[in-house]
Design a protein around this ligand. Structure first.
Ligand SMILES: *Cc1c(COP(=O)(O)O)cnc(C)c1O
Length: 428
């Protein structure tokens, strides 16, 4: 069987054509922070599988719980039935997040759909029809239709799906930088809310770091001020913590950089440390009570694989593993290393900005034509990274060794030096 031929003929890859016009590498196995390719090469993983493998791959205890749960009960419908793995996970999440009411679902995007639905039902329960959402420019909230409709209209797939997407309102994003000023963004928010608040169900944001829409870090105080304005107009505040959750920004959840709590959070990605798909929407008792005690009564959503016991067990073990070591110190060390070692790139012509927060190191370029060159260079030099557009970034597992992290960063620096030469030639 020539499986690469099959891949080429039959398999779609993310955001790609069929067959892919860009290289696809074949992976045989993984171990902690290493990816073993079929051709024998070994890559240090600088992506942690799109923010998910926070504890690296093939964690022994996660594997053990997966095996045990698979033998006992891989799945059971959640309609009218319950089980210990789900209850334990709810308990873990309640303790970890400080929220009360937990909806377990298939993935990040689906948790965003559930969050949007919850906000609509909350207002309906109070006798109001509010069908518009507010989101930030540069936002990314997922690939399903509802989630897409709150992604930045210019920086996303909006143009492809056109009028099929719901019309939502986008506000200025706060300036870049953890300590940066955010007055303009706040004014824009206030203005747009003043005008449209009667139609707006919720304001959805990625707290502190905007991910796929630009890898932008901003001031947490913006969120505190935004909360005040939302409260004034009885608009729910949703934090999409799918990327930022489980420690990526140096706090367990990014909202913990602030002194406020949103009304709803969505989580996913790191929840099973990259082992299996799972997402969750969490909200307050007040909000779940408003819906449940109204004539609406029910949160109308219920996927086939809701609260899948395998996924729940894995998530429970992953959370236990995360809490079993000083992850915070490790994440802050990673941040310091990224910040220190990427700094040499700031003066390069092709580089617009370098920045870091938690386990994320970011190089923003002045040109978007180099992504494939950068990736090829990294693979040739034993590192897995997936730059997109002008963004060349790394998100590493908290279990990465010093040596492996050095290798990731050194390779990023070398790769940028390579393209910088080309860029200078282009400028001339
Ligand atoms: C990845 C991501 C999503 C979508 O999650 P999926 O599990 O890929 O559906 C939503 N919001 C943010 C902020 C993300 O980073």
């Amino acid at each position: 069987m020539n499986y690469l031929e099959i891949d080429k003929n039959h398999l779609w890859h993310p955001y790609n054509s069929l067959p892919s016009k860009t290289p696809i590498w074949s992976v045989k196995k993984t171990k902690n922070c290493k990816i073993f390719l079929e051709d024998g090469r070994v890559l240090v993983d600088g992506m942690s599988s799109w923010w998910s493998a926070i504890l690296g791959y093939n964690n022994k205890r996660i594997y053990k719980s997966l095996k045990k749960q698979a033998k006992n009960m891989p799945h059971i419908m959640f309609g009218g039935l319950t089980h210990k793995p789900a209850c334990k996970l709810a308990n873990n999440l309640v303790k970890l997040t400080g929220f009360n009411s937990v909806f377990l679902c298939d993935s990040g995007s689906v948790s965003v759909e559930v969050a949007l639905k919850t906000a609509i039902l909350y207002h309906k329960a109070k006798g109001e029809n509010r069908y518009t959402f507010l989101a930030l420019k540069n936002a990314y909230h997922g690939d399903t239709l509802g989630a897409m409709s709150v992604c930045d209209p210019e920086n996303s797939m909006h143009s492809l799906y056109g009028d099929y997407l719901s019309k939502n309102i986008f506000v200025k994003t706060p300036n870049m930088g953890f300590d940066a000023d955010f007055c303009e963004a706040l004014e824009d928010l206030e203005e747009k809310l003043k005008e449209n608040h009667k139609d707006i169900a919720a304001f959805i944001v990625e707290p502190v770091v905007q991910g796929a829409g630009g890898m932008r870090i901003y001031n947490p105080q913006y969120l505190q001020e935004a909360k005040k304005i939302c409260t004034k107009y009885d608009i729910l505040l949703i934090f999409d913590e799918i990327a930022t959750g489980f420690g990526h920004t140096g706090e367990m959840f990014a909202y913990m950089h602030t002194n406020i709590k949103p009304d709803i959070i969505t989580i996913g990605k790191g929840i099973t440390s990259g082992t299996i798909s799972l997402g969750a929407m969490l909200t307050t008792k007040e909000i779940s009570d408003v819906i449940s005690n109204s004539s609406i009564e029910v949160l109308m959503h219920g996927p086939t694989f809701m609260a899948n016991p395998l996924a729940c067990s894995i998530a429970n073990t992953s959370i236990k593993e995360l809490l079993s070591f000083d992850w915070k110190t490790k994440v802050l060390e990673i941040e310091k290393t990224f910040r220190k070692e990427l700094e040499v790139l700031r003066e390069k012509k092709v580089v617009k900005d370098v920045r870091a927060i938690g386990s994320i190191g970011i190089i923003e370029l002045n040109s978007d034509v180099f992504a494939q060159d950068l990736q090829n260079f990294c693979v040739q030099n034993g590192v897995w990274l997936r730059p997109f557009g002008k963004l060349f970034y790394s998100i590493v597992s908290y279990t990465i060794s010093k040596k492996e992290l050095e290798k990731v960063i050194k390779t990023m620096v070398k790769a940028v030096n390579e393209i910088d030469k080309k860029y200078e030639k282009c400028l001339k």
